[in-house]
Design a binder for this molecule. Structure first.
Ligand code: NAD
Length: 280
């Protein structure tokens, strides 16, 4: 028996996002800026969402001039339902809908010094502030965007940024002698709990919206080199098979893959980009 001739699709276009509208929350952060640029570089019209209007609009202006696709900046606190409803309503009115959501915003609370408090004395108000953004905010944005995707009936891709500390516990020994922008760092339990929650939320949403062809996946970065002192970088890197921290831009490939048709049969997964840290 002779096989039917292969008629492959144009595989070079698998990652093409031309004509797609992509909302990215936490757009102005260390990773968010790269995520926005990666999506725009593949043809998406990016809606850069962050707390400050000025910063979001400046980022959108930069994306527009760099990639010649009109980007949009939007001030929105993901923990505030009214803000999120207004942002999604504007996207639907201006662009006809949203194809890609990157739920990426996270906070160290409004008081970073108290964010790093010892577990036994951890302040409940800080726990609440962090959960309100990292987990409740993800849910609020996903719920509004997912509902809009569903009404439109064209499917979509939702990517939610988690963390290795939602997958494994931090090895507290790596923080001895650490310094990051003038303070010793640590990973508090609220961060781990919020990011483990993101991974569970992802699975639930993926199962719920599967019939609507709305795919939902988590992207889990390992530690990104962003100005930590030598001691911390050395201790962290010693735990990583690739022997170093990540560069921010190394998270973009997984995002573009998850956002695009290249991952059209992938949903409910957690893609870990950590140099192998969780492999041993
Ligand atoms: N940098 C890392 O090493 C690392 C590692 C693992 C996971 N992550 C995750 O990756 C994502 C991006 O991290 P990053 O390093 O770019 O962080 P970042 O702190 O540099 O950026 C976070 C952005 O979110 C915005 N933001 C905070 N609260 C918000 C709110 N309520 N509404 C809207 N925007 C809000 C901030 O203004 C900021 O621009 C986060 O979810 C983080 O937990 C980062």
């Amino acid at each position: 028996m002779t096989a039917a001739p292969l008629e492959p699709p144009d595989y070079r276009r698998l990652f093409d996002l031309t004509g797609k509208v992509a909302v990215v929350t936490g757009a102005c952060g260390i990773l968010g800026r790269h995520f926005c640029a990666g999506l725009a570089a593949h043809g998406a019209r990016v809606v850069a969402v962050d707390l400050e209007r000025h910063a979001a609009e400046a980022l959108a202006a930069d994306l527009t001039s760099r990639y010649a696709i009109p980007a949009r900046g939007f001030a929105c606190d993901v923990a505030r339902v009214e803000d999120v409803a207004a942002m999604v309503g504007t996207c639907v009115a201006e662009f006809g809908g949203i194809d890609i959501l990157h739920n990426n915003a996270a906070t160290k609370s409004r008081e970073p010094d108290r964010f790093f408090s010892a577990l036994e004395d951890y302040p409940e108000d800080i726990w609440r502030q962090v959960m309100a953004v990292n987990l409740d905010g993800m849910f609020i944005v996903a719920r509004h965007v997912g509902a809009a995707m569903r009404r439109r009936g064209r499917g979509g891709s939702i990517v939610q940024t988690a963390s290795i500390y939602g997958v494994v516990a931090p090895d507290r020994r790596i923080y001895e002698g650490s310094d990051y922008h003038g303070r010793a760092i640590d990973t508090p339990a609220v961060y781990s709990a919020s990011k483990a929650g993101v991974i569970g939320l992802t699975r639930h949403l993926a199962a719920h919206w599967g019939p609507d062809n709305i795919r939902v996946n988590s992207l889990t970065p390992g530690g990104v080199d962003s100005g930590q002192n030598e001691t911390f970088r050395g201790r962290y890197s010693a735990r990583v098979p690739l022997g170093r921290m990540a560069r921010a831009e190394e998270m973009v490939g997984a995002l573009v893959w998850l956002a695009s048709d290249a991952s059209s049969y992938v949903t409910g997964q957690n893609i870990i980009v950590d140099g192998g840290l969780t492999a041993w």
